[in-house]
Design a protein around this ligand. Structure first.
Ligand code: GDP
Ligand code: CA
Length: 351
């Protein structure tokens, strides 16, 4: 193992090994992957990156299958993302959404852009014709990823089976103080309620009976390095881990598993990780998440864990839990900053 350089002195010099597997959510995972690919580019590596993406956010809307995290990764890496919003297509228009609203069709809180709609139409047609989601994703990626990366990037859904994350919340329609709860789709919790209603449980419905999509277990078993981006530990990485077999594959792989904290200074950088970690009773800190994932030495997931420099004081505690830890800048402000973060993960892995 190479000895870690002091915090703050990193340049993206560490070379990625031949096969890297990344378990990704949407925006955080996609931005992290841009850093991975920048590092591949600057070090002229011949790395093959396999992305296993969360599909627990998937939702059927207006008869169409929508896969937000798969699409965020695909559009981001394929240069089709709206960079300001972080999701959806660049140059998007919303005529179909307006027309649906004029018909009074629900739900009105989830907007499908006109350009984005084409993706969902193609996907749904292929699913209706009998293709599994993994084959559909591969077909969509022929447009978005293959022209730029060839065989260098492969995007896999975590499963071909239908899995939908639901969140149990205080029923907003019940009388105040009644204590009544209801389960809503994760998208309803996040987009309609802005994660601002009291939540009590997070349930990846269908996960217990699901199987990993073709290639997922192999990508973990045959990897030289497995990376966990700063993706949401509950509804992104947590949902991927809920698919039977994936956690076991991570425990068994000979590749080091290194993660990056999405919690910086005691809160998420964006999104709703704070609220959902609280639901699980996990301390909202870089150390709390590391302990939640656990050390591989003790039946957990992690060999290494990166925390932000502002959380340098937590390194000792994380190492005491059996996870090699290091503090480096973790803000994904641009591709080079993110590539430096990925390089630190490679160093920490001892590759
Ligand atoms: P989502 O599916 O779109 O919510 O995206 P992910 O689950 O992949 O990533 C969301 C997580 O990424 C959030 O919990 C954020 O705290 C984290 N995140 C976003 N931007 C940054 C960043 O610049 N640095 C770090 N360390 N974490 C980030
Ligand atoms: Ca997501």
């Amino acid at each position: 193992m190479t000895s870690p350089a002091p915090s703050g002195s990193l340049t993206p010099s560490s070379t990625l090994p031949a096969r890297v597997t990344v378990l990704s959510g949407g925006v955080g995972g996609a931005r992290f992957l841009q850093g991975v690919l920048r590092l591949v580019e600057t070090t002229r590596s011949t790395t093959e990156v396999t992305v296993v993406a969360n599909t627990g956010d998937d939702i059927w809307l207006h008869g169409l299958k929508v896969c937000p995290d798969l699409d965020t990764v695909m559009y981001t890496l394929g240069d089709g993302i709206d960079t300001e919003r972080g999701w959806g297509r660049t140059g998007e228009t919303w005529h179909a959404k307006e027309e649906l609203a004029a018909y009074g069709v629900e739900p009105t809180w989830f907007g499908l852009g006109d350009r984005d709609l084409a993706t969902h139409l193609v996907r749904t047609q292929m699913l209706d014709a009998g293709y599994p989601l993994s084959a559909v994703t591969e077909a969509l990626c022929k447009r978005w990823l293959a022209p730029t990366y060839g065989a260098g990037v492969r995007l896999l859904p975590m499963s071909d089976d239908r899995i939908e994350t639901h969140v149990v919340i205080d029923d907003p329609d019940a009388a105040p103080g009644s204590g009544e709860q209801k389960a809503v789709h994760f998208q309803e919790y996040w987009i309609k309620h802005q994660a601002a209603v009291p939540a009590h449980a997070v349930v990846p419905i269908g996960a217990d009976k699901a199987t990993p999509a073709p290639g997922v277990l192999e990508a973990i078993a045959e990897a030289d390095l497995v990376l966990l981006p700063p993706s949401n530990p509950v509804v992104s990485v947590g949902t991927i881990l809920a698919v039977p077999g994936i956690r076991e594959a991570l425990a068994a792989t000979s590749a080091p598993v290194v993660g990056v904290s999405g919690i910086v200074g005691g809160d998420h950088v964006r999104g709703m990780a704070r609220q959902l970690l609280t639901v699980l009773g996990v301390e909202v800190s870089a150390a709390g998440v590391a302990e939640h994932y656990g050390s591989r030495k003790n039946g957990g997931l992690l060999d290494g864990w990166l925390v932000d420099t502002t959380d340098a004081g937590l390194v000792e505690r994380i190492e005491a839990a059996g996870v090699r830890a290091r503090a480096v800048p973790l803000m994904m402000t641009d591709h080079d900053a993110t590539a430096a973060m990925v390089a630190a993960a490679v160093e920490l892995a001892g590759l």
